[in-house]
Design a protein around this ligand. Structure first.
Ligand SMILES: C[S@@+](CC[C@H](N)C(=O)[O-])C[C@H]1O[C@@H](n2cnc3c(N)ncnc32)[C@H](O)[C@@H]1O
Length: 331
């Protein structure tokens, strides 16, 4: 176990050094932090610039600064090695790191997240800026930064998962949070749709979508593509039926919810259900609010806005449009 961990840390630092980085900070300085220090000192002959932990300490071999001392220190050009794989403190460590250091300087040694991981390297620059999905992906990343920076707790959910592409982005952004996945996981058959739903779609769009929705892989296959699938909670079936009688879910609060089902009834139900469960400072994305050819989501969203009067903004991209609703945040 130790050897694998040592090797992993070694590979990341080697890669960073190949990129020209040579000034490192280690935070936090627990068991993993000590191992990172050993790798730096012994394998690379480098002494770290600073060590940070929750509280300051000093012994003959090293001085550890309290994380709240970082503000005001000159840390320019330093790379912060985030050295914790303890899921119980992950949110707090991440929060502290974001508020104490520059986001771009942080390298998360143990998480396949947007912070960096050599095995599952992933960040929004990986996507072509031309790709329509890029807008959603980078929006998810921005909200994630806000959520961790403000210390907002709560689970993450997607309604309408299809093959799990965006669910995976959410998982990457929120590796330690519960990720609720709502879908029939069997698509939605056009002939089973109530007439009112079908009429809110352009006929050709509906044919294409229902063919597309039908071609859904098994849940297990979808889960294999999700980075932190151990945290995923699959809610298979028609929403909102799938929330009925779920007491654990009833107690849950959410920091980010993506609503992407395409139909009026479930969208309206999801907006009402999840807006109430959104933590202060949390976000809800509503896909397709400006879709040319799908009017169901727009109608559900407009009614919801009329009733709940949430703060929101819309972003037009690739003929579909996305709305971002946010819940007021007070410190
Ligand atoms: C546009 S796709 C979702 C795409 C996905 N969010 C992404 O970005 O990768 C819509 C999905 O919503 C699901 N869906 C539609 N109505 C639903 C309902 N009432 N309950 C559960 N799932 C539903 C369909 O099965 C389909 O997989």
């Amino acid at each position: 176990m130790k050897a694998t961990c040592y090797g992993k840390i070694y590979r990341i630092i080697k890669r960073l050094m190949d990129e020209g980085k040579d000034r490192f900070i280690i935070y936090p300085f627990g068991e993993r932090g000590r191992l990172v220090k050993r790798v730096l000192n012994e394998s690379f002959g480098i002494t770290e610039q600073y060590l940070f932990d929750k509280v300051a300490s000093e012994d003959t071999s090293c001085r550890v600064f309290a994380i709240n001392q970082a503000d005001g220190m000159d840390l320019n050009g330093c790379t912060v090695l985030l050295a914790s794989d303890n899921p119980n403190i992950y949110s707090d460590v991440r929060h502290q790191a974001i508020v104490s250091f520059s986001f771009e300087a942080i390298v998360d040694l143990f998480s396949p997240s947007f912070f960096y991981d050599p095995e599952v390297y992933y960040d929004t620059s990986y996507y072509s800026k031309e790709l329509p999905s890029y807008t959603r992906y980078s929006l998810c990343e921005s909200c994630m930064k806000e959520i961790y920076a403000k210390g907002i707790k709560g689970a993450v959910a997607e309604l309408g998962v299809l093959k799990g592409e965006f669910a995976n982005i959410m998982s990457m952004c929120f590796p330690e949070r519960k990720l609720y996945l709502f879908d029939t996981f069997e698509g939605v058959k056009e002939e089973e749709l109530p007439r009112e739903e079908a009429e809110m779609w352009d006929a050709m769009q509906l044919k294409t979508a229902s063919r597309y929705f039908r071609n859904v892989p098994e849940v297990e296959t979808i889960l294999r593509n999700i980075a932190w699938r151990d945290h995923a909670i699959v809610k298979k079936g028609f929403f909102p039926d799938t929330v009925k009688g779920d007491e654990k879910l009833a107690e849950e609060s959410f920091c980010l919810v993506d609503v992407d089902m395409g139909f009026y009834e479930p969208t309206k139900a999801a907006l009402n259900y999840f807006y109430d469960k959104l933590a202060p400072g949390g976000y809800m994305f509503i896909d397709d609010v400006r879709h040319k050819g799908v009017y169901s989501v727009r109608q559900a969203f407009e009614e919801f806005c009329e009733e709940k009067k949430p703060g929101y903004s819309t972003i037009q991209y690739a003929d579909v449009g996305l709305a971002v609703v946010s819940k007021p945040y007070h410190k």
